[in-house]
Design a binder for this molecule. Structure first.
Ligand SMILES: C[S@@+](CC[C@H](N)C(=O)[O-])C[C@H]1O[C@@H](n2cnc3c(N)ncnc32)[C@H](O)[C@@H]1O
Length: 276
């Protein structure tokens, strides 16, 4: 498995590809089970490739995507290739976005929903994921002529990895997803971040957003897991609230380029990693 390189299928806000090496350097060298309760684009999972893991996210479409890649990768690839065969323009983008939203409304989480999620992520503005108050995807078209939406080999490697190892995939709130963490397990938390400025809102990956109360719950869970002997590590913005919530833990500040920010001036930010 380790000779096969896998990369995220989606462009995802907060994706950890550029910080992967630093994250890996700070991880424990030995642990029992790997937990990633905020899996997002899965850059860290695909960089580490644990053989026994619990991956989770509250985003149902994202969890459907990993489930379909695991169980029905051929169908997902076939459906994406069908969409890629039609030259993309504004009309096609909005028609497929409507189809995707229809599936979300009907909770039709199937192979086609997974294929649409990948195709739309490649054709929407800046690879953003944003939903409205009804939970419907509302990112506009990126106005580009696009080629292939996928690297088929990458999807097949991911599918093999998810099938041939012991990876449990859940769609729960992070606290629930960590209920069975035991001493010696390793948990990497990459939640939506505390905003950099007071004017910025909490990142909206889901209808609910991630509130101050969620950050307090996360900090309490981090401390609880540390106390029971689990190995814990977390990424967040380097802001006073985060330093306050994790006072006493080892904190490492790193520079990041935020490619999902459309303002080039705001693309370098300080991010921090925590380890206990
Ligand atoms: C910063 S992203 C993770 C990025 C990921 N590490 C990557 O490399 O792409 C945060 C993720 O947390 C998820 N999320 C938000 N609230 C959550 C909650 N209460 N429980 C579990 N997941 C949540 C979002 O859907 C999003 O995918």
């Amino acid at each position: 498995m380790s000779d096969k390189k896998m990369t995220p299928v989606l462009k995802w806000a907060g994706g950890k590809t550029q910080l992967l090496e630093q994250i890996k350097e700070n991880m424990p060298t030995e642990y029992n089970r790997y937990y990633e309760p905020f899996i997002g684009g899965a850059a860290v999972l695909f960089g580490v490739l644990p053989l026994q893991a619990f991956i989770n996210d509250v985003n149902e479409q994202l969890i459907n995507l990993y489930t379909q890649l695991k169980n029905a990768v051929e169908t997902v690839i076939e459906k994406i290739n069908e969409m890629d065969a039609i030259p993309c323009d504004k009309e096609l983008y909005y028609a497929l976005r409507e189809k995707y939203n229809h599936k979300i409304s009907n909770r039709a989480f199937d192979e086609e929903c997974a294929a649409l999620m990948i195709w739309i992520n490649k054709h929407c503005f800046n690879g953003l994921y944003r939903v409205n108050s009804k939970g419907l995807f509302n990112v506009p078209y990126n106005n580009k002529v696009n080629g292939k939406s996928i690297n088929e080999e990458n999807l097949i490697f991911i599918s093999d990895y998810l099938r041939k190892t012991d990876i449990k995939i859940t769609c729960l709130d992070f606290e629930k997803a960590c209920e069975n963490v035991e001493k010696g397990d390793f948990v990497y938390f990459d939640s939506p971040y505390v905003p950099k400025s007071t004017t910025a809102s909490f990142t909206d990956y889901t209808m609910r957003g991630f509130t101050l109360n969620d950050h307090e719950r996360l900090s309490a869970l981090f401390k609880h897991l540390d106390k029971i002997g689990a190995k814990v590590m977390l990424s967040n913005n380097d802001v006073p609230l985060v330093r306050e919530l994790y006072v006493g833990y080892k904190i490492q500040s790193v520079d990041v380029k935020r490619m999902i920010n459309c303002n080039a001036k705001k693309r370098t930010e300080k991010e921090e990693g925590l380890a206990a």
